[in-house]
Ligand binder design. Structure first.
Ligand code: FMN
Length: 398
């Protein structure tokens, strides 16, 4: 295979991890550094608990650049506040990494020591605020009571949100379109959230001009908005994809599918149905399944007792040979490659095959529709803030 850029080696617990750690530290440092340039507002970075092995160096890199908030969902990140505290004290930190079939005693602990990537790591770093993203009061309570350090707030995210969603509580059942059925147990009682005495924000289809005020009346500190920003001109999603989807929203023909098994993580994932993307079943069939990025691989105990790696979206036979649950692999999509392609960094192979993009967006399109009615198909992040009734942070004087 040839690619437009060289692929970095897949992460491996037993191999020399320094190169992968350096890349994670540098990547997250750069992302936050650039986001903090030329204004005096705060910057947060959002990680997925599920992508466990990358989190320690990624968090460290973001903290080196002075990130103000760290948010984490897609799992129950109880160990992350303690990790952040350790990095703030200039110390090494560690987290337990789930390995399927490992007994409790065999648990795998991943350490990250800043001195492995920096000659002179700072003695102290600013401790960012930590917000956990959860979908239920019970998980919010768990975070508030069982975390290894301070949880500064909670984002309560409903299942209409773009990206990954929590599965419905209880047994998964699907409607006639094959989407998960959510019920009353999947709604959060905000009055109970107020009782936790932690600031909370509401996310997921909470992006209308009146949403902030309504959320604050329910006791929330604020709102978390994703989909409106995903389609603004500053967003890294390919302009052609944004335009085609917004045109569909305008025409009233846009469709969003909550894919119950599309994501290798096993969480439902919101998919915008768009031609020429991996949302198309024919394109899914046409793609040769291979795992060459590997961020979403799960760790498991091999028959020899070592740590193995597998992904439901890799070649189905290879996944089954590694003991993977076949019912998870048929529909799984390679989000690693597809999401890179969505921001214009898709892999190109010697065969000429190009990895296809996949667009994610929340399933309630009301605010997007109103947004483009007011601001047109090409709008900025500032326009989104104005739409939500907010004023942007001041630009720093140069
Ligand atoms: C394109 C896109 C990418 C997202 N990526 C992530 C992510 O990597 N991690 C995460 O926790 N949430 C992610 N989200 C969810 C947002 O952070 C936010 O909670 C959600 O979009 C709010 O709901 P809304 O889409 O209805 O505004 C993503 C959302 C979108 C639209």
């Amino acid at each position: 295979d040839t690619h437009d850029f060289s692929a970095h080696p897949l992460w491996h617990a037993d191999s020399d991890r320094v190169a992968a750690d350096e890349l994670a530290v540098a990547g997250n440092f750069v992302e936050v550094y650039l986001a903090k340039e030329n204004h005096d507002g705060v910057v947060g970075i959002n990680f997925l608990e599920k992508i466990a092995v990358a989190n320690p160096p990624a968090i460290y890199g973001a903290m080196l650049a002075g990130v103000d908030y760290i948010l984490m969902g897609a799992g129950i990140p109880v160990e992350i506040p303690g990790l952040i505290d350790a990095f703030a004290r200039g110390e090494a930190g560690s987290v337990r990494i789930p390995v399927e079939r490992f007994s409790h005693d065999e648990g795998y602990v991943l350490d990250f020591d800043p001195s492995t990537v920096l000659a002179n790591p700072p003695e102290r770093l600013k401790r960012p605020f930590f917000l956990a993203i959860v979908s239920s009061y019970v998980l919010a309570l768990t975070m508030a009571t069982r975390a290894t350090g301070k949880v500064d707030g909670i984002v309560v995210e409903g299942h209409f949100a773009g990206g990954h969603n929590a599965p419905p509580r209880g047994v998964l059942s699907l409607d006639e379109n094959g989407e998960p059925i959510y019920g009353p147990k999947d709604t959060v009682d905000y009055a109970k959230m107020v009782g936790l005495n932690l600031p909370f924000w509401i996310g997921g289809a909470c992006s209308m001009p009146e949403s902030l005020e309504e959320s604050q009346r329910a006791g929330a500190r604020g709102i978390q908005v994703g989909s409106l920003f995903a389609f603004c001109t500053e967003s890294g999603i390919l302009p052609e994809l944004k335009k085609r989807f917004l045109e569909k929203v305008k025409a009233g023909t846009a469709q969003v599918f909550t894919h119950p098994k599309g994501s290798p993580t096993g969480y439902p994932f919101k998919v915008a149905l768009l031609d020429g993307t991996l949302s198309d079943k024919n394109e899914q069939q046409r793609r040769k399944r291979l795992c060459n990025v590997g961020f979403l691989r799960e760790l498991y105990k091999t028959t020899e007792g070592t740590i193995g790696y597998r992904c439901p979206a890799e070649n189905e036979k290879a996944y089954a040979a590694k003991g993977g649950d076949a019912s998870r692999s048929g529909d799984a999509l390679c989000l690693c490659n597809a999401l890179f392609a969505t921001i214009g960094l898709g892999m190109k192979y010697a065969s000429g095959y190009l990895e296809l993009p996949l667009v994610t967006v929340g399933s309630s399109l009301d605010s997007l529709r109103l947004m483009i009615e007011r601001f047109g198909l090409s709008y900025t992040a500032r326009d989104v803030l104005a739409f939500l009734g907010l004023t942007p942070a001041r630009e720093a004087k140069r």
